[in-house]
Ligand binder design. Sequence first.
Ligand code: GCV
Length: 668
Amino acid sequence: MSDHAGLWTDYKEKKKNRNSVCLGKICISGAEKTDTIVKNAVDELKKGLMAMVGLEPEIVYEDHTVNSSTVCSSGREILDSEEYRISIKDNSLIIEGKSPSAILYGVFDILRTVACEKEVEKSYAEGKTVRPSDPLRMLNHWDNMDGSIERGYSGDSFFYENDEIIINERTRDYARLIASVGINGVVINNVNVKSAASYMITDRYFDKLAQLGEIFAGYGIGLYLSLNYASTIEIGGLDSADPLDEKVIEWWKIKMAEVFKMIPALKGFLVKADSEGRPGPFTYGRTQADGANMLADIVKEYGGIIIWRCFVYNCRQDWRDKKTDRARAGYDNFMPMDGDYHDNVILQIKNGPMDFQIREPVSPLLGGLRKTNQMLEVQIAQEYTGHQIDVCYLIPEFKEILAFKTYCREQDDTVADIVSGKTFGSRYSGIAAVTNTGNDFNWTGNYLAGANLFGFGRLAFDNDLSAEQIAEEFIRMSISADDGVVSEIKDILLPSREIYERYTCPLGIGWMVKPATHYGCSVDGYEYDRWGTYHRADHFGLGVDRSDKGTGYALQYNEPNASIYNSPEKCPDELVLFFHHLPYTHVLHSGKTVIQHIYDAHFEGYDEAVRLSEKWDSLKGKLDDEIFENVKERFALQLENAREWCDQVNSYFFRISAIPDEKGRQIY
Ligand code: GCV
C-alpha cells in the first residue's frame, strides 16, 4: 500500500461489470469539456474503470446548455446546479447536469456502482436523478501551521509543516477523495488561529493558497480559511479589533481587497470568536452580530461568506453555583439577535449545546433561530468518542440529529429540513464536520474511522441514505466485496457508537474524560470545573438539573420538546442525566434504576467491545493484512480503554452510592 492510499478512490480490481456494454461509451451532457472539473471527472472515470474493470470508455460530449461557470448566489441555486441524472440510451451511459460539479458527482456515482459491484445496467435502467440535500457540505480542519493538528488522531497535517504550506500529490488525492463523496467546501486551518496562521492573509502565503484554491476548485471544492478575529491587532498594528471602529473597518477593507485578489478561488472565512481565550467583539462591548456583520459586509463584494461559530461560552464559570450552565450559552448569546445577521453570514452550530459528547440533546439554536442562515457542525475527529482508536461509527448519531423534530413549524421542521434550507428558505445552509484526516498512510489512523469521513460526505449529499447503506458502500469500496466480510464488518460498525456510549458516560451526563486529552476515564475530570462538581454526583444521586427548577436550559426548546425534557418522567432515558439530577434509585423507562443501569451498561459495554474485537479477529486472512493488523492493534487498545472506563465508573458510583450491583458482579 502506498504512503497515501486513496481509501475508496484507490480503485481495486472488480469482477462484475467487465462486460457491461454501456460502460464502453459515456455521454456527458450539460457542461463544457474544456472545464477543469469536467476534465478531472473524465480522468477519474477513465482511471477508475481501467483499474476496476479494465475498460477505457469512449467519452462523448453533448451540447452543453448552461454556462459552465455558473455562479450560484443561493442555496437553492447550488442544489439545482449540483443535481445530476444518469440514464442509459442506445447502450451508452448518459450523465446530465447543469454544472461541471454535477458531472463530477455523476461520475463518482458510476464509479461507486462499479466499485460496489452493483450491476450498472440495472442501477441506471430507470434513470437515476440525485439532488444533494445540503447546499454547503464542508470539512473543517483543525490543522496548525507547525504541522500539528488540534484533536488530530491520524498523524500530522498534510497541509502544513514548519509553518509552510505543503502542496504535493497527496493534496490532489485529498481533493479527489473528498469530492468523491460530495464535499464542496474545506476550511484548511484551525479555528484557533494562532502564531503563523494569523499570517495566512498576508503575502507570505498568498501564492501557495492560490495554488491550493485552484486544485480544490478543480474538484468543485471551495477554499475557506479560519480567520483570527483580532488580525487588526495581531498583524495590522492597530490597538483595537472593535467591529464598529472606523480604523478597524478600513483596515479590513484594504486587507480583504488584497486577499480576494491574491487568492481568487477563496470563498470565505470561518470565525471562532469570544471562546476559550480567542478574541472577539465581546471585548469591546459589541455583539456577535456586530462582529460577523462587519466582516460580512466587507467580503460581500467578492462573493465571500462569513461562517461564524456559535461555540461561544465562558469556560471560567463557577460550577459550584447551581444556576451555572455552559449548555445555555449558545442560545443565550445568539438568539436575541436572530434576524440581525446579514445575509452572507452563516451561524455554524455544534450539534449539541456542549461539545461533541457521545450523547447530547440537539442544540436548541437549531429550530430556535428562524431568520438566520444556519449550518450544523458535527465532529468526525473522535475527540470524545475514542480518538480513532476505539471504533465508533458516528453516522447513526448524525442520522438521529438530522431527524430531530425541532417544532419550529408545523412541517419541514427537522434539523435536516433546516440545514437543507427548506424550512426557512435560507440563502445559505448546510453541514460541516470537524475532520478526522492526517498524514497517516490510510488518512484516518484507524482504517475503520474512514467510514466516518466517507459517511459524513455521503450523508451530507444525501440525507436519506441509511447508516447501514453507507457502511456497506464504505466496506465494499475500500475493504472487501465479499458478502460474508461485508456483513461482519457492518456488524462491527453499526452498533459501535452505542457500545462506546455504554462503557463510557451514562444517560447523557457526558464528560468524565481525562482533562486535556479527552481520552480515557476520569469521572471528575471536567477540565473547566476544578471542584469536580460538574456531574453533581453525591451519595444520593447524579445529574445536572437543567429543568425549570435548575438552570432552565430545557426551556430553550420549542414545545413539546421543552416539556418533554423538563420532566424526568417524560425525558428519554438516554438524556435523563443531562437534564435532571436524580436519585440512584430512580426507575428509568427501561425498568432499571439509575445505578443498575450504570452497572449493566458498563459491564455489557465492555463485553460487547470484546465481541467486536473477536469478530474482527475472525476476519484474519479474508482481507488485506495491513488493514487487518491496523484495526486489530487498535482493538487491543480499545479493550484496555473500555476496561478502564467500566472499572472506574462502576467503582466510583458503587463507592459513592453504597448500593451493590443486584447481579452480584465484582466491582473493584
Ligand atoms: C478548536 C473543544 C475542543 C477544542 C476546540 C474547541 C472548538 O473545546 O476541545 O480543541 O478548539 O472545542 O470547537 O473550538
